[in-house]
Design a protein. Structure first.
Length: 396
């Protein structure tokens, strides 16, 4: 971490990553302004510097983030190119997606804030409240159940701050989404949401230096990280008194169906159903987020890895369900069609993961489309997706 002398801090300054008093104690969270009262407190206690891995957040960075957040990746107020049933249904889907964005953003921010607070409380040796997670899980489940277009919102949602907290949020949303695909009842979905939020709680015991390391981990560091499921399970069952049927997801979420996982090298029939669901969501989310040693995968590349290189690790029925619902080019992905036009995948076609429904956004010449035009690749058999592209490229 970088040492920032107190003399260089001014009221209102913000950093892209959390600021620490020492390697384990957070002073202010990522993008949270340091106040005059904060500075006075530092001086009062004789603290001469703080630590951070982030950079100063400038107005330009904030403006860019705001633009990304307000970008109309799925605007629905343009005239329909063709007034047929496919187009009308697709337009309705985009309208409902737009309407759901605000409530999604609120739940997502509440989840991020609660995770940040919980990790901080654990680092301070205190015990967080389970009740808040149950209430949050109820809101999340109700939101997911009435918003089938959630993957579009998830993949276009701008994130900042701590990568671990963002990853947990994404994995939890995707986990509950898979649960709805399975038609689980509301009580079980709420349990799944809670278990997902808690799955990586053991990571609170890992230092930020190890988590941010760009070079290969040492054997000692790797062993430390591989202990986090056990550490988390102990915290959940002993300190938080969480029921074992939920805490087990924390203990098992790095187990693989083929017995190659850790910490117990369990086989598929020994792994709980909630864990099997979360594991798929966890691994997919991990791939679409950047890591210190690699950039983020495109959703297409993450799905390809999930169903090819790593498929033996998962429950095959759940992988197939996830693929059929999201498509090979996951809902919310940017794509280029074989005729050179650019688009956004907005809906999958059951059992045809390579032929989803695409909303066209740019013409062959790169000009932005001025109408709402949709292509159902199950009907337009002369077309196919030739390439996956980063989401910002859908319009830029």
């Amino acid at each position: 971490m970088k040492k920032i002398p107190i003399s260089e801090l001014v009221a209102g300054i913000k950093f892209s990553k959390s600021v620490y008093l020492d390697k384990d104690t957070i002073f202010v969270s990522a993008t949270q302004p340091i106040t005059k009262q904060d500075l006075d407190r530092l001086k009062q206690f004789g603290i001469s510097f703080v630590l951070t891995e982030g950079d100063v957040v400038t107005d330009r960075v904030e403006e860019k983030a705001k633009l990304m957040e307000n970008a109309k990746f799925y605007e629905a107020n343009l005239p329909l190119y063709k007034n047929d049933e496919t187009s009308r249904k697709a337009k309705d889907l985009l309208e409902r997606t737009n309407e759901a964005r605000a409530s999604f953003a609120t739940i997502y921010q509440d989840a991020y804030n609660l995770l940040e607070k919980t990790f901080r409380i654990l680092l301070e040796g205190k015990t967080p409240e389970i009740r808040e997670f149950r209430e949050l899980s109820e809101k999340l489940v109700d939101h997911v159940k009435i918003n089938p277009s959630l993957p579009i919102i998830l993949l276009s949602h701008p994130t900042s701050g701590n990568n671990l907290y963002n990853h947990i949020c994404y994995a939890t949303f995707f986990s509950v989404q898979i649960g709805t695909y399975m038609e689980l009842g509301r009580p079980k979905l709420i349990d799944l949401g809670m278990a997902s939020f808690f799955a990586d709680l053991g990571m609170a015991s890992i230092t930020s230096e190890v988590l941010a390391k760009e070079t290969p981990l040492t054997e000692v560091e790797l062993k430390t990280i591989k202990k986090h499921p056990i550490v988390g399970y102990q915290v959940l069952t002993q300190k938080l008194k969480l029921k074992s049927s939920l805490a087990i997801v924390c203990l098992q979420h790095h187990e693989n169906a083929d017995g190659t996982g850790y910490p117990q090298r369990l086989l598929s029939n020994q792994i709980e159903e909630l864990t099997k669901i979360y594991t798929i969501a966890d691994h997919f989310s991990a791939m679409i987020f950047p890591r210190p040693h690699r950039p983020a995968f495109l959703p297409y590349d993450a799905m390809k890895t999930l169903i090819s290189e790593n498929v033996s690790k998962y429950d095959l029925k759940l992988v197939r369900l996830f693929l059929n619902k999201l498509s090979m080019f996951p809902v919310g992905s940017g794509v280029i069609l074989s005729d050179g036009r650019t688009g956004l995948v907005i809906e999958s076609n059951k059992d045809k993961p390579l032929r989803p429904i695409v909303r066209l956004t740019k013409e062959i010449d790169g000009k932005k489309s001025k109408v709402l035009e949709f292509v159902d690749l199950m009907k337009e058999l002369n077309l196919f997706i030739s390439k996956a592209i980063p989401l910002p490229s859908v319009y830029s």
